[in-house]
Design a protein around this ligand. Structure first.
Ligand SMILES: [Zn+2]
Length: 120
């Protein structure tokens, strides 16, 4: 659950992002706009999807990625599959960074994700 969702339910006193301090951690921030997500995703994103990638709202952003016909060439898999895995890993690592003090983010997440996708 994002901090905005927790704040709305009165589970949190703030809706800001705990990783970068942005005022509102909603879904699009956590998965796309946050510097943490951007760092993980930036070198994996196909150039053909970069137009509108940073300005679309959350539903348009999901639609654009999940309906793309682009193939992630490094692993030879459809981009929607790669996108789903990347977003899932960003969310898992994000939660671990926030809730597990001993967790440290992968040094090179892009290489790790590409290797992970090739194995499955
Ligand atoms: Zn952030």
């Amino acid at each position: 659950m994002t901090n905005k969702a927790r704040w709305i339910r009165d589970y949190s006193s703030s809706m800001s992002c705990e990783l970068c301090g942005f005022l509102c951690e909603d879904c699009i921030h956590a998965m796309n706009d946050c510097p943490y997500a951007l760092n993980v995703r930036s070198s994996l994103m196909p150039n053909d999807l970069s137009n509108g990638f940073f300005t679309a709202d959350f539903e348009d952003w999901l639609h654009m990625n999940l309906n793309s016909s682009i193939v992630f060439s490094e692993a030879d898999i459809p981009w929607p599959v790669m996108f789903s895995i990347v977003v899932w890993k960003i969310w898992k690592w994000r939660c671990k960074r926030i809730f597990d003090e001993e967790f440290s983010s992968p040094y090179n997440p892009n290489v790790l994700l590409t290797k992970y996708v090739k194995e499955i």
